[in-house]
Design a protein around this ligand. Structure first.
Ligand code: KPL
Length: 296
């Protein structure tokens, strides 16, 4: 029998909310999924879907060589994680990297060998990791971009798997517009839910509206200075849409803050301020967020 795509082995690196969401959904779609675990012991996870169904997922630790991998670690951990994985990758491995904040796509490309495919995936799904469980808390969508030729060649299999993991997925050759839109989402939702210690949905309350508008205006001005069209009205609408679609979720930054883990602030607000400095643009709202949260 010819192998089906579901026979493809996937390893998920990163047991945060998005990594585990992808792992459970891939497994439920029939893919063979393992986890890149620190401890060489299996992991059982209860998966609660958006439709209030509950599944029990069971993962064995990944055995090298890794054929296909979703790498969903924090922005600040990507480089060291990829360096650590490199010796364990099959020579034709496909690596799908996903994190918040603006990635450096050129340095990601450099991690791949000639026949290794490298991809970036940006997602707006919301998920909450609890002890022994993962809950899908917000319907989202994803943009998926092949970053090299070896990735383009593997498109059908990778696209099918990512539709299962974090779909609906839009395949794109230029992920920059999606990354800027996602940056606007994360620049608003992540710091504000952290500062006000609330769920994403609470930010639709009118008392937050002017702060949200100012953050978005700054991100749009910056995108335009970088030569990227990011219209204010549709971006504002999109950010409110994500707040509503993930209303029940605590953002990843709020969760990190509550657990005393490092924040992804440098890749989001830090990136905005660094890029603004190049253009000599003032970003007072983002500056205030940086000052408050980086001092925490
Ligand atoms: O990306 C997210 C995050 O929490 O990091 C959103 C889309 C805001 C979902 O919570």
């Amino acid at each position: 029998m010819a192998p089906t795509q579901q026979n493809l082995a996937w390893s998920v690196v990163g047991q945060g909310a998005i990594g585990l969401l992808a792992a459970c959904r891939l497994q439920l779609h029939g893919y063979a999924v393992s986890l890149w675990l620190r401890e060489p012991a299996p992991l059982s996870v209860i998966f609660n879907t958006l439709e209030h169904q509950q599944y029990s997922c069971y993962f064995l630790p990944t055995i090298a060589p890794i054929q296909h991998s979703v790498v969903a670690v924090k922005a600040y951990a990507v480089a060291s994680c990829l360096a650590q994985l490199k010796p364990y990758l099959a020579h034709h491995a496909q690596l799908i990297i996903s994190h918040n904040g603006m990635p450096d796509l050129d340095s990601l490309r450099q991690f791949a060998g000639v026949d290794q495919g490298i991809w970036f995936l940006s997602t707006s799904h919301g998920a909450l990791r609890k002890k022994g469980a993962i809950e899908h808390t917000g319907e989202g969508q994803s943009s998926l971009c092949p970053l090299n030729h070896a990735a383009v060649k593997a498109t059908p299999a990778v696209l099918d798997a990512m539709q299962a993991a974090l779909g609906p997925v839009t395949l794109t050759e230029n992920i920059m517009p999606a990354l800027w839109r996602k940056l606007a989402v994360n620049a608003v939702i992540n710091p504000l839910t952290t500062l006000f210690n609330c769920r994403n949905g609470a930010l639709v309350e009118p008392q937050y509206a002017s702060t949200i508008q100012r953050i978005i205006a700054e991100v749009c001005e910056l995108a335009n200075a970088e030569g990227m069209a990011l219209p204010y009205d549709s971006t504002l609408q999109h950010v409110y849409h994500v707040m509503q679609a993930t209303a029940n979720n605590y953002s990843s930054m709020q969760q990190d803050h509550a657990q005393g883990r490092p924040l992804e602030l440098a890749a989001i607000t830090g990136f905005i301020l660094k890029t603004a400095a190049k253009h000599q643009l003032a970003m007072p709202e983002n500056q205030a967020i940086w000052q408050t949260l980086s001092a925490d």
